[in-house]
Design a protein around this ligand. Structure first.
Ligand code: BES
Ligand code: ZN
Ligand code: ZN
Length: 465
């Protein structure tokens, strides 16, 4: 069963619905706002110690004692997360952004922030607390609603445990997307991967009772610029025979986070009819333990014809991605993008909130980063520092999938991928954590879409008319 969006319209009401005014301000704007209030309201605000600090909120009573309005302190009004605290902190009533609010927030940013703050992964919960609702103009904000839905879709996919989101279910997700938009759908499964020359995907996934596969969706006229989006779909990463310790394995249902980002971005391309020919590729496997598991020291073939010595079966993401990238590059697309929960090292370098961007073109990287800054959905560029490719030398194969050195682990992983991307191919690679370790306003603990709004804004700037 495809995972379904668990949030969305429930936290919105139509623009015309009755709703209480919501004033947004910050500490600087607070005194002027307070001084313009009635003595009653001023006393109430004072009694509650409300000063307009970021992430604070206060409901204001009317003459009858019932809630009449709310006032919220927010940070950056361009950052959707600024009002991520409101849907759960406010009472479950309807609110609208007050036209005379001291701080104006663009309605699309507010909608996205509200929806992300209201999100809850409710698939296994009997009851959930209703959130406060925001009045929105759905027609005017169709784009923001699509971005929100795509982000929540990615969260749902990442949050769904592997038993309910294995390679079969990931395939069903992409098939549903294809059917919804009249796209072509293809899937190469199990031994057929060998027959069709995807040996590396097969090697990583062969130990699981759930067949490894390459899932493909294609849509759009061949005359349009071709965009290929690839996502790492490791539905669970035990580490394989170089097994992960319990701590490191605990959250590895999220190792299809790259696939979730790729599916969410493809969904936006299709829903918003970006004028491109789109190919979505998801190599989907379980990196499982078993008698048929690929082994350390094994030399595997790849679609590109390069032999790879398996130094560590836990460096499996790059092994499945290399066959998908080779297949993608064969089609000489205008742009090749991939997303992957590829390394722990990217988190050591940049922490959990900043996805690492690798790109073989400076102008593309700059445009991607700019889009992230503008969307308040930042990424940080990391170098494809070629000399470190020496860390992946093998004595018996063209390269190894890992090496003795753990230095610059996200760089060496990206360099491994780059070996499979022709020099002439424009390419971006994002190493993304896909997870919030703890609840924060607008960022609930669990699966997270990171850099998705950035990627979408970057694509629109590059390909929209
Ligand atoms: N899926 C992991 C990377 C990962 C771990 C991402 C934790 C986010 C959080 C990946 O398959 C992996 O295990 N990579 C190894 C590579 C190493 C064996 C060369 C890593 O990063 O330690
Ligand atoms: Zn791994
Ligand atoms: Zn992995």
């Amino acid at each position: 069963m495809p995972a379904s969006a668990t949030s969305g319209p429930a936290c919105f009401v139509p623009a015309a619905a009755p709703a209480l005014p919501l004033y947004l301000l910050d500490a600087t704007r607070f005194p002027a706002w307070r001084d313009a209030q009635s003595p009653r309201v001023r006393a109430w605000v004072e009694a509650h110690g409300f000063k307009g600090d970021a992430l604070s909120v206060l409901v204001l009573p009317g003459d009858d004692g019932a809630p009449a309005a709310a006032v919220a302190g927010i940070g950056d009004p361009l950052d959707p997360a600024s009002l991520g605290h409101l849907p759960t902190l406010l009472p479950a009533l309807s609110f609208r952004l007050a036209a005379d609010s001291p701080l104006a927030m663009p309605p699309d940013r507010a909608l996205i922030g509200w929806g992300l703050g209201a999100y809850r992964f409710a698939r296994y919960l009997k009851t959930t607390r209703p959130t406060a609702k925001l009045a929105v103009d759905g027609d005017a904000e169709a784009e923001a609603l699509a971005v929100l839905a795509a982000s929540c879709h990615a969260r749902d996919l990442i949050n769904t445990p592997t038993e309910h989101l294995g390679p079969d279910e990931l395939e069903a997700e992409v098939q549903t997307l294809a059917m919804t938009h009249g796209a072509d759908f293809r899937c190469v499964r199990g031994p057929e991967l060998l027959a069709q020359n995807f040996p590396a995907i097969h090697a990583v996934g062969r130990a699981s009772h759930r067949a490894p596969r390459l899932i493909a969706l294609t849509h759009g006229d061949a005359s349009l610029p071709h965009l290929v989006i690839v996502g790492k779909g490791v539905c669970f990463d035990t580490g394989g025979l170089d097994v992960k310790p319990a701590d490191g394995m605990r959250n590895m249902k999220k190792d299809m986070g790259g696939a979730a980002h790729a599916i969410a971005l493809a969904r936006l391309v299709l829903e918003r009819a970006l004028p491109v020919r789109l190919t979505l590729l998801v190599p989907a496997v379980e990196n499982a333990l078993g008698p048929d598991a690929y082994r350390p020291g094994e030399v595997i073939a790849t679609r590109a014809g390069l032999s790879v010595e398996i130094d560590n079966t836990d460096a499996e993401g790059r092994v499945i991605l290399c066959d998908a990238l080779t297949f993608a590059a064969e089609q000489k697309p205008a742009l090749l993008m991939d997303f992957a929960t590829l390394t722990g090292a990217a988190r050591i370098a940049l922490g959990p909130d900043l996805p690492a961007l690798f790109c073989n073109r400076d102008e593309l990287a700059a445009a991607y980063l700019d889009a992230g800054t503008a969307q308040r959905d930042p990424l940080w560029r990391m170098p494809l520092w070629r000399p470190y490719l020496s860390y992946l030398k093998s004595g018996i194969a063209d390269l190894a999938n890992a090496g003795a050195s753990r230095m610059a682990g996200c760089v060496t992983a990206a360099l491994y991928l780059e070996r499979f991307v022709p020099d002439a191919q424009d390419w971006t690679h994002v190493d993304v954590y896909s997870w919030n370790d703890a609840d924060r306003p607008g960022k609930p603990a669990g699966g997270e879409a990171q850099g998705l709004r950035a990627a979408w804004a970057f694509l629109k700037r590059r390909f929209a008319h």
